[in-house]
Design a binder for this molecule. Structure first.
Ligand SMILES: Cc1cc2nc3c(=O)[nH]c(=O)nc-3n(C[C@H](O)[C@H](O)[C@H](O)COP(=O)(O)OP(=O)(O)OC[C@H]3O[C@@H](n4cnc5c(N)ncnc54)[C@H](O)[C@@H]3O)c2cc1C
Length: 390
């Protein structure tokens, strides 16, 4: 059969972490399923999955996000059972997230901590004296509270996880097609294929939008204005002669985050303005004008920091409620969404992809019930309010 009239059970548009993890799970759960992943850039030069900070945390405020994180960390710790990579080779380091609050934010952070404890998250509540004793390099004068994840939080090798899912999916028979998807054939309940820029048509019973920050463009081919935009985030690579003991991933009340990466540090902050689709160039000037002053205020040792590099990637931002959009819409039963994870997609991918695979193959969630992330909540105007979005 030539590629011009390839016919499969499932066609996935986009081979980033969502598309590749989904391809892995579908063919793991049903080895007979014929599946293609359509990816326009196998080098993943602009894919979010290759450009993220690859952090995983438990400190969420919605039950669904906590349950996903609990399952995701188990998946990563046990990666060798599923993938041809162990947790150690995926660089998993459980060194915690430290949220900090000034007096103005203390009540809110305290409420988050109570909620997390009730959901079984192992998280410590630290007052100013605790913070000063535990992190002697931290400027604590204006701080009222901190919360520190004790287990299940840290970071890992994001591109490594993507490569592991993709290679395992291939080993299970998934075919990666290099090409740019440009439209669908059929519509509504008769949607039946994906058209590629080179003229090929891939006929498929189920089609998945896994196009990350470009998901809205793909949804438009079906007449859907999905609320997902591409919000540029710059990651700064910083060197500092001072060695900080026990630096977790720190989130400052001013908005910046920082974590160690080998001998160096990675850091970033939410930019303003935050336009859709800004060119994928790092904002070098933001280091001097925003990040460095805030960093040196919180960690005085960073007065002697130097910027050594920077890169930029897109958050695939769900402008509706900043959480993943999963499943199908009522009049489009053959088009599936796995979009809009808004800065926490890499850590959620192993579990949300497993769930969507179950929905596609068996019509229901079999392991963790992910219906709280159902894309229909957007149509019904029922936002899922997560207070901890970074
Ligand atoms: C700076 C930064 C820091 C982040 N930090 C974290 C973090 O600490 N923890 C965390 O969990 N998440 C983090 N994220 C978010 C995370 O990276 C994303 O949620 C996740 O990678 C999204 O994966 P994806 O597969 O949906 O998108 P992508 O990885 O972007 O993959 C989409 C793929 O679709 C392809 N594609 C698009 N359109 C087409 C088309 N028409 N035809 C063919 N192919 C197409 C693209 O080429 C791309 O490869 C961060 C993101 C950024 C940018």
């Amino acid at each position: 059969m030539s590629e011009a009239d390839l016919s499969v059970d499932v066609a996935i548009v986009g081979g980033g972490i969502m598309g590749s993890a989904l391809a892995f799970w579908i063919t793991r759960l049903d080895p007979r399923c014929a599946l293609v992943v359509i990816e326009r850039d196998p080098s993943y030069a602009t894919a979010s999955s290759a450009l993220s900070a690859a952090g995983i945390r438990q400190q969420y405020t919605t039950e669904i996000n906590v349950r996903i994180s609990q399952a995701s960390i188990e998946f990563l710790r046990d990666a060798g059972r599923h993938l041809d990579r162990s947790a150690a080779s995926l660089g998993l380091q459980e060194r915690g997230y430290l949220y900090l609050a000034s007096a103005a934010g203390a009540e809110r952070l305290d409420a988050c901590w109570r909620r997390q404890r009730a959901l079984g998250v192992e998280v410590a509540r630290l007052d100013r004296a605790d913070l000063a004793a535990r992190f002697p390099w931290l400027a604590t004068d204006d701080l009222a509270l901190g919360t520190l994840g004790l287990r299940g939080e840290g970071w890992f090798d994001g591109p490594g996880l993507l490569a592991a899912f993709a290679s395992q999916a291939r080993a299970q028979g998934v075919r990666y097609l290099r090409g740019e998807a440009v439209g669908f054939t059929g519509s509504g309940p008769q949607l039946d294929g994906v058209r590629l820029a080179d003229g090929r048509v891939i006929m498929s019973a189920a089609i998945v939008n896994a196009a990350g920050p470009w998901a809205r463009a793909v949804a438009r081919w079906a007449g859907i204005e999905l609320p997902v935009s591409a919000r540029r985030r710059t990651v700064y690579v910083i060197e500092c002669p001072a060695r900080l003991t026990e630096l977790p991933l720190l989130i400052d009340p001013s908005g910046f985050w920082i974590r160690p990466e080998g001998e160096r540090y990675l850091a970033g902050y939410p930019p303003t303005p935050d336009d859709d689709g800004a060119p994928l160039e790092p904002d070098h000037s933001g280091f001097e004008s925003v990040l460095w002053p805030a960093l040196a205020t919180r960690i005085p040792a960073f007065e002697s920091a130097r910027l050594r590099g920077a890169w930029a990637g897109y958050y695939e931002m769900n402008d509706f409620d900043q959480n993943g959009l999963l499943g199908t819409l009522p009049d489009q039963p053959r088009l599936w969404f796995i979009n809009g994870f808004s800065g926490h997609g890499l850590q959620q991918a192993p579990i949300v992809a497993r769930g969507l695979a179950e929905r596609i193959l068996f019509g229901r969630y079999r392991t963790l019930d992910l219906s709280a992330l159902d894309v229909t909540r957007w149509l019904d105007d029922r936002p899922l309010r997560e207070l901890n979005v970074i």
